[in-house]
Design a protein. Structure first.
Length: 155
């Protein structure tokens, strides 16, 4: 569609440390610009929300988003869950936010996705939740609904 796209391996992909990921997104991927669209899947969705607590973006797409450490030490050490979420600021720092979720996700309970959705729908300027019952954790090379969404946003 004529936009530059950055898809890179993040530092410490196993622990997904907030202290590594947020500066990496801001400095390396966004290069300090607010003219970005964040697309985050799972831990990347969590990082995208924490990013928006500090920085602005044009838009944000969250896939399999969650807001707690799910009772897992491997999630807790990332430090994303060590303080309350500021959903109001997250919503205000993006012109629009779209969240994808699926009730059959084997890793993220739908209650987690619904909590994120409820809070962002109350604070975001423009928010949309797109829910499915058969997409699992969105582990696929094809995501036609994402492409369709981006085309709609940039007609």
């Amino acid at each position: 569609m004529g936009f530059p796209v950055a898809l890179e391996n993040f530092p410490d992909p196993d622990t997904a440390l907030e202290s590594s990921w947020i500066p990496y997104i801001h400095d390396k991927l966004a290069k300090g610009s607010e003219k970005i669209i964040l697309i985050g899947h799972s831990s990347g969705a969590v990082a995208s929300m924490r990013y928006l607590e500090k920085y602005k973006a044009v838009g944000c797409i969250l896939v399999s988003a969650y807001w707690t450490d799910l009772g897992m030490e491997s999630e807790a050490i990332s430090n994303y869950f060590s303080r309350p979420w500021n959903f109001k600021t997250i919503g205000e720092n993006a012109e629009w936010i779209v969240q994808f979720g699926s009730t059959d996700d084997p890793f993220i309970p739908v209650s987690e996705m619904r909590h994120v959705s409820q809070n962002l729908s109350e604070s975001a300027t423009e928010f949309q939740y797109i829910g499915y019952e058969d997409k699992g954790h969105y582990i696929s090379e094809d995501f036609p609904d994402l492409i369709k969404l981006l085309k709609q946003k940039f007609k």
